[in-house]
Ligand binder design. Structure first.
Ligand code: UTP
Length: 229
C-alpha cells in the first residue's frame, strides 16, 4: 500500500472554540483520519492553542506586566496541552511521543498519526507545521480553521468581502505582512508564510469543521477552500 504523509495544522479555535473542548469535532476528526489512514495516508497533526491560549494570554495581560515572549509561552503551553489531548484521543494509532520540537520529528515513523505542538516564541503552530512539512519533504500544509476561505477582507466586518480560491505567496504575504504578534489571528501566520514561500510549500486553507470537505481533499476530489502558493 502506498503511503503519503500529510501535515495538518489544526486551528485551536476548532478544538477549543470558546474555552470548551469540541468533543464532537474530535470524534468526527478521528473517524475521518482513521478511515483515510486505511487507504494509505499518514498524518502529522499540529494543534493550536484556541480559546485556552487566548484566555491565559488575556489574563496575564490584565494582571501584567508581561513581555511578548511571556504571552507566546502561555500560548505554547496551551498548544502542548491540546497536543496531549489529540495524542491521547488518537492513542491506538498515534506515535507515543507528542513532539514539542519540529526539528526532532522522525523523518519516518511506523504509526499512522504523529502529533506535534508549539515550539518557541515568535510564530504560531502554522510555522511548526511548515517546518515539519519541509523536514519530511511534503509539498503542502493543510490548515484547518473555522472559515471556508481566505477572503479579500474580514467578512464579519466587511459585507463586500469576497472569497479567494487561489493566491500566490507574494500577494498573500502583502495581505498578512511580515511581523508576528502573540495571539495573532491571521489565516496563515506571516513567519510560516515566509518559510513556505521560500521552500515552495503550498498551504491549503479549509474549514476543518466540514469533515466531508476534508475527505474530498484526501480523495483528490474538488473541495471548498483556498490554495496559497
Ligand atoms: P496558535 O496561534 O498556533 O493557535 O498558537 P491557534 O489557536 O491555532 O490560533 P488560530 O486559531 O490559528 O488563530 C497559540 C499561540 O501560542 C504561541 C503564539 O502566541 C500563538 O498565538 N505560539 C505557538 C508560539 O509562540 N510558538 C509556537 O511555536 C506556537
Amino acid at each position: 500500500m502506498k503511503s503519503s504523509t500529510l501535515v495538518i495544522s489544526v486551528g485551536g479555535s476548532i478544538v477549543v472554540p470558546n474555552g470548551e473542548i469540541a468533543t464532537d469535532f474530535l470524534k468526527a476528526f478521528k473517524k475521518t483520519l482513521v478511515s483515510h489512514a486505511k487507504k494509505g495516508w499518514k498524518f502529522v497533526i499540529v494543534v493550536g492553542g484556541g480559546g485556552t491560549a487566548r484566555s491565559y494570554q488575556s489574563a496575564a495581560k490584565d494582571v501584567g506586566p508581561v513581555t511578548r515572549d511571556d504571552l507566546d509561552w502561555l500560548g505554547i503551553h496551551s498548544t502542548r496541552l491540546n497536543g496531549h489531548l489529540m495524542r491521547t484521543v488518537f492513542r491506538d494509532v498515534a506515535h507515543p511521543v507528542m513532539y514539542k520540537d519540529p526539528t526532532r520529528v522522525p523523518k519516518r515513523f511506523k504509526e499512522r498519526v504523529l502529533v506535534a505542538a508549539g515550539w518557541k516564541p515568535g510564530w504560531s503552530t502554522d510555522y511548526v507545521a511548515t517546518r515539519i512539512a519541509k523536514r519530511l519533504g511534503a509539498g503542502m500544509v493543510l490548515n484547518l480553521s473555522n472559515v471556508d476561505y481566505l477572503y479579500t477582507a474580514d467578512p464579519r466586518k466587511d459585507k463586500t468581502a469576497t472569497p479567494i480560491c487561489e493566491i500566490g505567496w507574494k500577494d498573500f504575504r502583502k495581505m498578512v505582512g511580515d511581523t508576528w504578534d502573540p495571539g495573532m489571528n491571521v489565516p496563515f501566520d506571516p513567519v510560516a508564510s515566509r518559510l513556505a514561500h521560500n521552500a515552495g510549500i503550498q498551504a491549503v486553507l479549509l474549514n476543518g469543521t466540514n469533515l466531508e470537505n476534508l475527505s474530498n481533499v484526501l480523495d483528490g476530489k474538488s473541495f471548498v477552500g483556498t490554495v496559497i502558493g
